[in-house]
Design a protein around this ligand. Sequence first.
Ligand code: ZN
Length: 206
Amino acid sequence: MAESAEQVHARVMAVADEHGRVPLPSVAAWDVFPWEVVDGALASKRLADPAAESPREGEDGEGCGICSTEPAGVLWVNDRWRLKHLSERSGLPLVIILEPVEHLDLDDLDDAMAAEYGLLAVRIARIVEGLPNIARCHVSRIGDGAEHLHIWFMARTAGLPSIRGSFAVDWDDILPPGPEDVWRADLLAVAQALASYDGRAVLTDD
Ligand SMILES: [Zn+2]
């Protein structure tokens, strides 16, 4: 069962500094990070000049890291889709990724795959939001880094007002990860619940 708001808060405060802050995550140094401090005040960065689009990883199916390596962190599969966790735990209680087995982007999905994606997205969100202490499961496809479709499902803890809304993505990088046994138990619960509809749970509890 995911940690309660009180458990998360106590765990974070135990490693925070005297102001209750934890270290800045690496995203603060990314060139796409939109804020900077100017003369002691937070300001938006200057909009960079127009530039050619950078090629995405696996553009046109060439050199795709998802297709060329054995899938890791898989918790559920069927013949066309798989659900994975990240290689490392992160600040939110659960972050899982749905991807097609075949190298397809979102606009490559035919009607059958698009319909199945809709079913899976609803089922995964319903399952994650049904876990104790989880208020919401955010569903997001960005796709600027890699062409192979990968949809993010990000669970946020109920009762932590800082983490409401789209900045949950930032808090996922800011907060220290929770206990591994709690994380694995929740991954297993999601895998087994999704397999009750279709496909099979790959992550086992042994
Ligand atoms: Zn691929």
